[in-house]
Design a protein around this ligand. Structure first.
Ligand code: KG4
Ligand code: ZN
Length: 338
């Protein structure tokens, strides 16, 4: 039985390389959250190793659930709903989260809902901002996705446009690899860009002048590669800080130009941003200083993958009457449109 008002939801996130567990009440109130990041484990390989990620989730997930319950003084059967990421993501990682959630659901007699990871990101800005209500536009910019979604209501989404090739986070990660920086690339590039000149190099901003809401980042990465090769051929020192600052400016400009276009085309002047790249200071600054719309961006820790956003999206969907039947992992699940 769901006690709607005081509903206690356990969120579980294991779509990629972060193991996240959170307990929330009343759809928004965060009781506790825990995140075990595998970044250090994967950064020595220059990217996420799927089988290793799955094994780490297996080691981390149940102890984190235990810690969360102890921290909040809650027993398994006090929980009203378990919300787990069912996709998109890495198959092995998703299986660990979904199968653990299914086992807990059975053992405790608690209902289970599968959450689309993208819908999770869409909810992240609402954790700290009670005044963000539909209709609004949601820019999701992560390692796997770059898209703008029109949110007419919770559960009523329209994809306005997305990337044709690489996601913005993927572009940051590939650019970092080209520059010999560690994984994940976004935070490293942002750190070095602080000391660099954003106008030192004129990198192309793909599709900037089209009237379609769509992105492309693979050409940008190639332009960076050619620039680096030029310096290597000359035998001159790589101006890493300037390259980082100019690359970051190009990505930010590309994102901002399409956000502005979406605002113009829809007339919706409320924009939220989420996903790992929304932790980027240059993008946050550009969004918050835009005059055409008001922007909501989650606190930096909630831009990247976490379980609070999954618990929020799951409890909201449950209260809307969404029921899944059997929850299965779906690595290529993409469409959150309804
Ligand atoms: O949302 P997320 O944690 O995982 C996915 O669902 O993909 O996003 C991870 C991505 C990585 O590509 C990472 O390089 C990027 O977000 N990222 C950033 C920053 N922090 C993380 N990109 C730019 N600037 C940052 N500060
Ligand atoms: Zn994500």
């Amino acid at each position: 039985m769901i006690r709607d008002k005081r509903m206690l939801t356990l969120g579980i996130e294991t779509s990629c390389d972060d193991t996240g567990v959170a307990l929330i009440r009343n759809e928004r109130e965060v009781l506790c959250e825990f995140l075990s990041s595998q970044i250090k484990d994967h950064s020595r390989f220059g990217g996420v190793i799927p089988e290793f990620a799955a094994r780490k989730h297996l080691e981390n997930l149940l102890p984190l659930v235990d810690t969360a319950l102890n921290e909040c003084g809650v027993k398994g059967n006090d929980i009203d709903l378990i919300a787990v990421t069912r996709g998109p993501g890495l198959m092995g990682s998703l299986i660990v989260g979904v199968m653990t959630a299914r086992a807990l659901s059975q053992a405790w007699g608690v209902p289970l809902i599968g959450v689309n990871h993208l819908e999770g990101h869409l909810f992240a800005p609402m954790v700290d901002a009670e005044d963000l209500e539909p209709p609004f536009l949601s820019l999701i910019v992560s390692g796997g996705h770059t898209e703008i979604i029109r949110v007419d209501d919770f559960g009523k989404y329209e994809l306005l446009g997305q990337t044709r090739d690489d996601a913005a986070g993927e572009a940051y990660d590939k650019a970092a690899r080209i520059l010999g920086l560690k994984y994940p690339g976004g935070p490293e590039i942002e750190r070095l860009a602080v000391e660099g000149n954003p106008n030192a190099f004129e990198f192309p901003v793909p599709l900037r002048n089209t009237d379609k809401v769509e992105f492309s980042f693979s050409g940008l990465k190639t332009a960076l590669l050619w620039q680096v090769k030029k310096f290597e051929a000359d035998g001159s020192e790589l101006p890493v800080n300037d390259l980082c600052a100019s690359f970051q400016r190009a990505v930010t400009d590309a994102l901002m130009s399409k956000v502005r276009l979406a605002v113009k085309q829809t007339g919706i002047r409320k924009v939220s941003a989420s996903g790992g790249v929304s932790a980027n200071g240059a993008l946050r600054e550009a969004l918050s200083s835009a005059r055409e719309f008001r922007a909501w961006v989650p606190s930096k820790g909630r831009c990247t993958d976490n379980a609070v956003m999954i618990a929020m999206a799951g409890s909201n969907a449950w209260c809307r009457g969404v029921r899944d039947g059997e929850v299965l992992p779906d690595p290529s699940l993409h469409d959150i449109m309804m």
